[in-house]
Design a protein around this ligand. Sequence first.
Ligand code: ZN
Ligand code: ZN
Length: 412
Amino acid sequence: MISYAARTALDLTADLPAPALEDLYRDLHRHPELSMREHRTAAALADRLRKAGYETTEGIGGTGVVGVLRNGNGPTVLLRADMDALPVAEETDLPYASETAGVMHACGHDMHVTWLVGAADALAMGRDTWSGTLLVVGQPAEETGEGAAAMLKDGLYQRFPRPDVLLGQHIAPGPAGLYAHSSGLLMSAATDINILVYGRGGHGSRPETTVDPVVTAAYIVTRLQTIISREIAARESAVLTVGRFEAGTRHNIIPSEARISLNLRTQSEQICERMIASIRRIAAGEAAAAGCPREPEVTVGNTFPVTVNDPETDGRITEVHAEVFGAQSIFNPGPVMGSEDFPNLAEGNLPYSYWFVTGTPAPIWEAAEGEDLMDRLAAVPSNHSPYFAPDLSTVESGVRAIVSAALAYLGY
Ligand code: ZN
Ligand code: ZN
């Protein structure tokens, strides 16, 4: 006995205008735009939402787009697609490869916009099958971690209805047509941290008149490595990488400052906060030991929160996806070290479900070497690769995934 949501989703997506959606996808792929510069992409999305009957507003949080469709009593469901591309030079030989030098939809956000257009259209045309409010969001600047926060700051939930549930999906490597759901922790938090070490500069031949920030910063980098090995329990997963170390201009000048940039990956807010506190303590301690004239400045830069699916919400979506696509199409990827700013939209602990739709074309998947799924996943182009090229069949299946997920909340 198939649920109302699954049956209705199959009905509403039985005759999707696949060629038109594929044309839209190819057009977006040809014209990628970097974070916060998604003007053409946003205009294309807004135009289609308006034509489908959504009250549509542009320019939310920069280039964000919001479409609202009020359709009677019931919950408000937020559907989100990110829109930005990456500074990657495309190396696919696709006839619809990027026409903008050095910029590519290497994370598949062009697919996300296409899915959102297809789902918004199908749900608008089938509005007599459901009741509630749809809040359709085209989000800028996911890659830089700024977009969701910028939309909230611009009054997303004051100017538009506050959602009861948020839904998002991402294209990912894997044999096209699988749906990866995890009912709790799905993705890690990422945190950029900058440390500015103040010394006292001087002549390289007279170190006794200086406080050398290079040596102090080197001690800081070394001692930072003890945070994970000595302060974090073995059962936790975390990464601390110093990606940049900058100081000085010449061989024989002791500079007055040194700069350290590092990135953390963590899987709980508590561990992240504890690591940041440790970094502050170590930086201050090493500076005091060296006799620096001022305490170092430790600042937190771009951050991505952990993505933790609400089990009840994700369970409901997993069930409907199993009905629509077959139980064999669902798998649990477990927590991954990648990051998303989607959870920032869930301000105030709104429940959400976020899942992956796999899109590696069959011939590429079949040619991938490896014994198991994980080996083969590592062998095919992943998100951010200059060869990333999802199969066009995922245009339709992704629309179906969103429509069925929305109907799990809005269906009669
Ligand atoms: Zn990405
Ligand atoms: Zn992405």
